[in-house]
Design a protein around this ligand. Structure first.
Ligand code: PZK
Length: 292
């Protein structure tokens, strides 16, 4: 726990604290969830990988949309952030058909009220990335909503601005990742407003916890895809016959080591920075390539 900051909120694997009335501290733990259950075994350095990756993307997308990041703490897992008025919307962008997007498509031929081409298979690339907002459910799963419902939550004008920002962020990051052998199938952004009403990108961004990362060399549309980061954990859990209700199983050392290696690999491929260099000096992800 950081010093004695007031605790604001807990996510499944992250904590939020107040620094002062303008700033928050976002702390990423090493906890891991699978099938929506947090496991009793941690993945060493997972919180650092996610914090470093987020900061890398924040530094490289500032021209697309301003963001809440003020700075990284030396522990590499804590980010100081501007405190915002958060929008009550999960801003999901999908470039590929997976998860609830695939489920909606099979049931209705649409997702978030948009008609998609016929004949798509699970995990197919979409003709164009689509914005499929969802509500922040307080319990259970987020629910996909259509543009009318989303406009009722934030207003039509703000919705248009958020959609354009989310699509631009996805296009930039998916192209960057594709060049490094990682498919970002979909991702979720959260935005807030600053005192002046400006739109600000918040939370963690373009990490394996907020996105579906697939290894490009194993991409085979027509079924579900292996997860870049969590596949060893899922495969191990499937061998146990666990019913996917809490408590989750302990993970053996080889599954922990293999999973840690995948997180570090995602970090190093996407950032082009050695993870050890990040641990030594987290600010390395914030500097432009030429300055290292
Ligand atoms: C904020 N969350 C979700 C994240 C949790 C919960 N910059 C901001 N300003 C105001 N509020 C938030 C943020 C951000 N980011 C984010 N809830 C509020 C969340 C991490 C851990 F417990």
């Amino acid at each position: 726990m950081p010093e004695t900051l007031a605790h604001v909120a807990s996510g499944k694997v992250r904590e939020l604290f107040t620094i002062d009335d303008k700033r928050l501290l976002l702390v990423a733990s090493d906890r891991i969830s699978t099938f929506d259950v947090v496991l009793p075994t941690e993945i060493p350095d997972k919180g650092r990988v996610l914090t470093g990756l987020s900061a890398f993307w924040f530094a490289r997308t500032r021209e697309l949309c301003e963001n809440h990041l003020l700075g990284l703490r030396p522990d590499g897992r804590s980010s100081e952030c501007r405190r915002l008025e958060m929008l009550p919307l999960e801003c999901v962008v999908r470039g590929y058909l997976a998860g609830s997007g695939w489920k909606d498509y099979v049931e209705t031929g649409t997702t978030s009220g948009r008609k998609l081409p016929e004949g798509l298979r699970e995990s197919d690339r979409l003709p164009e990335p689509i914005f499929t907002p969802s509500t922040k459910a307080t319990t259970g799963h987020d629910e996909n909503i259509d543009a009318g419902q989303a406009a009722a939550l934030v207003g039509a004008e703000r919705l248009e601005q958020v959609e354009q920002a989310a699509l631009a962020l996805y296009r930039f990051s998916a192209e960057h990742a594709a060049g490094r052998g990682i498919i970002i199938a979909d991702t979720k952004f959260e935005f807030g407003l600053d005192e002046s009403g400006a739109l600000v990108l918040a939370d963690e961004v373009l990490t394996p916890d907020s996105s579906r990362f697939w290894p490009a060399d194993e991409y085979r549309p027509g079924g579900s895809q292996p997860s870049f980061d969590k596949q060893f954990v899922r495969d191990y859990c499937e061998t146990l016959g666990w019913d996917k209700t809490p408590p989750g199983p302990d993970l053996p050392d080889d599954v922990v080591a293999g999973t840690r290696a995948r997180y570090v690999e995602a970090f190093e491929r996407l950032t082009g920075i050695a993870f050890d260099d990040y641990v030594r000096d987290p600010d390395v992800v914030l500097r432009a390539d030429g300055d290292r």
